[in-house]
Design a binder for this molecule. Structure first.
Ligand code: F6R
Length: 597
């Protein structure tokens, strides 16, 4: 979603801000803008569309040393120049990530006091509110403190005040914001990658913390009292946010999967049962598990449900977070709520976590981004080792989540004595072979060839049963996200209850057949579509006669199979999107981290 970058130092703030915003382009946006101080005035430049449009509008002879910038993903009002950030009202100029839920109410009060908004945004209302409160307080800190008590919703603000042109202010609630330092240079940003080019040292703001950035000082306040914050060091590399010769981040990240799966597993499991007992949380007391997540993370939950129910025999409920947060939930002290999130900032997942926490239920988060809100608020957190994921369509984080969920399943199976020693050893050997097996799936000219056959179709179906169905959900999501083809996954037996009416001559149907017990059933469902003219692409462990095309993948223990099955589906989606000329790393309308509900 929206990105924020602010700079204060000796160098050209415009260059730093634009570089930072470009690093955050992957988050998805539809307009961009900057505000900076020049000749004792705050100058604002904004443009609809890509950062390139903004760059063309910036007078590069200006050399400000303080400023704020923003990429906006429209929520309130169209993505046009008027609605783009920064917004300015009276003495204040602000950039904002998040949503002010009570902005209509506040707007009414402000309008009664003579304020008139020029845009459709909640952000301009927040900006006007600051100006309104400041008239009485005449102090930015006190104004922010008062404002935060009036603002409902989520926000991360970067703020300039006309009365303090050498100071940057920042405040957050439920939307990420970091402050980074490099000598006397200071940055504020919504995400760590924005500052990695310059420094890896940063501070994480907590809800309602206020940061005051000045030339010679950096001060943090909470409830108007000065506080100290612990410096964080980002341990990944700047390279992780570069393409390194790959045409797209998505492809690079698909190719990183052997490593991230290996790293994630190696962090928690050294081949011994002891390591699982020591590195993964105690799970003995739980009689039921709720897995809550959104999008692809939800799909990993579907895989985990099948694994845990089949291998361990524990009942698992998998819920989409935007539903779970509002529905009646049945849980107790023997329930473990597992939330899964790459970004650790997804608004609905965070709200579901808070709900479970408030109800006193044990919570465990599986997260990629270290120090993110979900990671900090869960009672226990397990990090996947995927590194920085840039492409909007998740691939390596999805696989790393599967790897961690497989280990949790293995530990549960040991606790519940549902696997014998022999099977444990079999899984251990299979884990050792897994990275190489994933690697073996990366380079295959068949993906391009199949893409050429089907890229012009407007409907593609994915069929599978049980585990194969869970993976097909992710395959279909990957394809629709980046190629805009209407791709839908169905449990193989379900298509004939309605949707098969859409199958016509040449409709591609991707059938996933890795579950030997389900093989015959799924194949006969595929034949039903073939009888209506479908073009079948099979993903299977051994040659089958039924398909027009067959992508063979290695066999492994079912607990690991999904990490192999997903690779051809990701690469097919990639090649199809490429053949259609789509902007693969920045698909339309999508954002990397969904911080609003
Ligand atoms: C799909 C995708 C999204 C995310 C979803 C949850 O490629 O990336 O469906 O999986 O928005 O995001 P996180 O995992 O950050 O909570």
């Amino acid at each position: 979603m929206c990105g924020i970058v602010g700079y204060l130092g000796k160098e050209n703030a415009l260059e730093k801000i634009i570089t930072g915003l470009e690093t955050l382009e992957y988050r998805g946006y539809d307009s961009a803008g900057v505000a900076y101080v020049l000749n004792n005035q705050i100058k604002v430049i904004k443009r609809e569309g890509r950062i390139q449009n903004l760059k063309e509008a910036i007078p590069w002879q200006d050399h400000p040393t303080i400023g704020i910038g923003h990429t906006r993903w429209a929520t309130h009002g169209e993505p046009n120049e008027q609605n783009a950030h920064p917004h300015q009202y009276g003495k204040f100029t602000i950039v904002h990530n998040g949503i002010i839920e009570n902005y209509q109410e506040l707007k009414k009060i402000l309008e009664e006091n003579g304020y008139q908004m020029k845009s459709d945004t909640d952000t301009e209302v927040a900006c006007a509110l600051l100006d309104f409160l400041y008239q009485e307080e005449q102090n930015v800190l006190k104004t922010l403190e008062k404002a935060r008590k009036l603002l409902k919703g989520s926000y991360a603000f970067g703020i300039l005040c006309a009365d303090e042109l050498e100071t940057l202010y920042a405040i957050r609630n439920s939307s990420p914001l970091i402050i980074a330092t490099k000598g006397n240079e200071k940055f504020l940003a919504s995400d760590v990658p924005a500052i990695l080019e310059y420094t890896n040292e940063y501070y994480l703001l907590d809800d309602y913390d206020i940061a005051v950035l000045k030339k010679d000082s950096l001060t943090f306040y909470h409830d108007l009292k000065e506080i100290t914050k612990e410096k964080q060091i980002f341990e990944g590399s700047v390279e992780s946010s570069k393409k390194e010769g790959f045409p797209h981040f998505m492809l690079k990240e698909i190719y990183e999967q052997p490593k991230v799966v290996k790293d994630t597993i190696a962090f928690y499991f050294d081949g011994t049962k002891d390591s699982l007992y020591q590195k993964l949380p105690a799970l003995d007391k739980y009689e039921t598990i709720h897995i809550v997540a959104c999008g692809s993370a939800y799909h990993t939950g579907l895989v985990a449900r099948t694994l845990i129910e089949e291998i361990v025999g524990l009942p698992v409920t998998v819920e989409i977070a935007s539903e779970y947060r509002y529905k009646k939930v049945f849980y107790d002290e023997k329930t473990l709520v597992i939330v899964i999130s790459q970004s650790g900032e997804t608004a609905d997942t965070l709200a579901s976590l808070r709900k479970a926490n408030q109800d006193g239920i044990d919570t465990l988060a599986i997260v990629n981004v270290v120090g993110s809100s979900i990671a900090r608020e869960a009672k226990k957190v397990l990090y996947i080792k995927a590194g920085c994921e840039i492409a909007v369509a998740t691939t390596k984080a999805y696989s790393a989540q599967l790897a961690l969920l497989s280990l949790l399943t293995l530990k549960l199976a040991l606790i519940h004595h549902t696997i014998e020693e022999e099977e444990f050893l079999e899984i251990r050997n299979a884990i050792a072979a897994l990275p190489e097996q994933i690697e073996s799936l990366l380079d295959n000219p068949q993906y391009k060839k199949i893409a050429q056959q089907i890229y012009q179709r407007e409907d593609i179906f994915y069929l599978g049963r049980k585990l194969d169905y869970s993976i097909s959900m992710e395959g279909a999501l990957k394809l629709k996200e980046i190629s805009y083809i209407n791709s839908v996954a169905y449990p193989a037996g379900e298509l004939k209850h309605g949707t098969i009416s859409l199958v016509e001559e040449g409709t591609p149907v991707i059938g996933i057949v890795t579950d030997s017990e389900m093989r015959d059933k799924t194949l006969s469902n595929l034949k039903e579509t073939a009888a209506r003219g479908s073009y079948i692409i099979l993903i299977c462990n051994e040659e089958e006669k039924e398909g027009n095309e067959c992508l063979l993948i290695p066999k492994t223990h079912p607990i690991l199979q999904s990490m192999l099955t997903i690779v051809p589906l990701q690469l097919l989606a990639y090649e199809i999107a490429k053949a259609r000329g789509c902007d693969i790393d920045k698909p339309r309308n999508l954002a990397k981290s969904v911080t609003v509900e």
